[in-house]
Design a protein around this ligand. Sequence first.
Ligand SMILES: [Zn+2]
Length: 284
Amino acid sequence: MNNNLLNFGAGALALLLSPLAVAQFGSGPAELELIELRDDMYVISNPAVPGLVTALITDEGVLLVDNKFEIDHDNIMAQLRSVTDQPVQYVINTHYHGDHSGGNAKLQAMDAIVFASDEARARMEATDQPGLPNVTVSDTATIHIGGKTVEIHPVGPAHTNGDVVVLFPDHGVLASGDIFANGEGTSAQLVDHAGGGSAKEWPKAVEAALELEFETVVPGHGVISTREDLEAYLERSKRFSALMSELVSQGKSRAEIEAVVREDFDWEDFHVQMALDGLIEEFR
Ligand SMILES: [Zn+2]
């Protein structure tokens, strides 16, 4: 299996070897589905473990937000080719994880220009990921393509230290990356502490996203959602931080805290392995 499949800091190797990771991320390409969101906007989803790619189609090329693993590249292109012959002009990585940026190198080989935050690029470089972003942003940036505008807003740290959200103001759509996941089996708030993520800071990132104007949200994983869903997630992320703070200060054991996150916050084995120790450490 490719070591770049899941670049997720120090836990990557252990995760790659676990049966759960294989079940979650697969050893082959995911089966994809193309969802029409607007006349000129599509979401490419894999129903089994829904990671979402947003595609804006214009007569000056295609803009993609995230691009799954490298192994998914051909299928993503096949889905795009079913609706447009336009080349992929721009790609935005919402953060450094391999399930959002794994296709970068193949897209760059097709002359696409990849954008990410300064922090995300640094993290990709540190973890030897191929396809380093061509352009980094430290503040709001606007891409103009085919008469439409696309805004990149850094909001991290939350899921990682370099999270950005992408606003399509002409469409009222926000592609949130993994600061928001919403759907069965995907809605756990997964903090990548090794990647600079923070549960304490997470609600501020969601608040920053909610300052923008949109009605529809394409989460990093899950199902297409509404602004109200993101507002509910903000309250949940606040509740999550407050409860963690309380449990840790009460000196609860790892097992007790694990039971709570599993019961009340949808954590599964993967999240516990990946993030529980870092979470307890953050609130200690
Ligand atoms: Zn992620």
